[in-house]
Write a protein that binds this ligand. Structure first.
Ligand code: C2E
Ligand code: MG
Ligand code: MG
Ligand code: MG
Length: 280
């Protein structure tokens, strides 16, 4: 009985592992094709000043539409692209595409920031600085409008190397944000040594406001600390009026989240901008 059950359990787990391994292999193979086949797109999520209803910028978020599997979310493939090294090429495409789009917006009179997510491998790659300066040159993107988002964990391994790389990026005139702030392990003593411009309060702290008292305290503390360190602060994942008002009361005016807009297609960005201007 027990033996049979044990065998079945093993069988069950190994099937699950096979399925996971197969999916991984599938994604790995398809990723190689996807760039050439133009299966990737960028969507853009507005970052809005809730006081003035100005759009201060957008975050570019990658979208993969596979011809057979349909939409594959970034959480399903970024880590695989990272593990295989494909992320460097993919990331380069993201930077260039987002800068080109930002230049189009600037032509329409919309001179906001463009935030791009970097992965650990991209950040550590020797080619990052030359890639960035090449793209800035090719697209004529004003460097200060380009914001690179990094996570705490990317900075914490070899802290000295990270600080050197951050300074190299800053020399290009590009701005830096710490994404998902509060979820990683960065020590506050390092934070002031990182030449960053902005903190993004992680969505996990925002989502249970106003029900979760602890999350409210943490959010307020992060905002206060950012201000003391003279860093800009953006709240991620703001979905409700109450959350927006709580953030306002605590001096965080830049918000990103479904309350104003989900990530949208490039073709929808200008009309979103105009609709917000009509409200303000
Ligand atoms: P992230 O950089 O923290 O991006 C925010 C995520 O939260 C996005 O998920 C966005 O669609 C989602 N989001 C925004 N507002 C709300 C809200 O109000 N409620 C909820 N429930 N969700 C909201 P997405 O687009 O699936 O991206 C997931 C993660 O994948 C990103 O997290 C980022 O770490 C990574 N990623 C996305 N695009 C890229 C890229 O081009 N390069 C790299 N390296 N990573 C990327
Ligand atoms: Mg981000
Ligand atoms: Mg985030
Ligand atoms: Mg994230």
């Amino acid at each position: 009985e027990a033996k049979a059950k044990g065998r079945n359990t093993f069988h069950f787990y190994s099937q699950e592992l096979d399925a996971a391994a197969n999916e991984r292999l599938f994604i790995e193979n398809e990723l190689r094709i996807a760039l050439k086949a133009k299966q990737f797109k960028l969507h853009y999520q507005p970052q809005v000043n809730s006081q003035t209803l100005e759009v201060i910028g957008y975050e570019a978020l990658i979208r993969w539409y596979h011809p057979e599997k349909g939409y594959i979310p970034p959480d399903k493939f970024i880590h695989i692209a990272e593990a295989t090294g494909m992320i460097v090429e993919l990331g380069e495409w993201v930077i260039e595409e987002a800068c080109r789009f930002s230049m189009q917006l600037q032509t329409l009179g919309q001179a906001g920031n463009m935030s791009i997510n970097l992965s650990a491998r991209q950040f550590k790659d020797d080619r990052l600085i030359s890639t960035l300066s090449d793209v800035l040159e090719r697209t004529q993107m004003p460097p200060h409008l380009l914001h690179l988002e990094l996570t705490e964990s990317m900075l914490m391994g070899d802290v000295e190397a990270a600080i050197t790389q951050l300074h190299e990026i800053k020399k290009l005139g590009v701005a830096l944000s710490i994404d998902d702030f509060g979820t990683g392990y960065s020590s506050l003593s390092y934070l002031k040594r990182f030449p960053v411009d902005m903190l993004k309060v992680d969505r996990s702290f925002v989502q249970d406001i106003p029900e979760d008292q602890n999350d409210m305290e943490i959010t307020a503390a992060i905002i206060a600390m950012a201000q003391k360190l003279k860093l800009q602060v953006v709240a991620e994942g703001v979905e409700t009026q109450e959350q927006m008002e709580f953030l306002q009361k605590n001096n965080c005016f830049i918000v990103q989240g479904y309350f104003y807009s989900p990530p949208i297609k490039a073709s929808e960005v200008h009309s979103f901008y105009q609709s917000l201007q009509h409200q303000s």
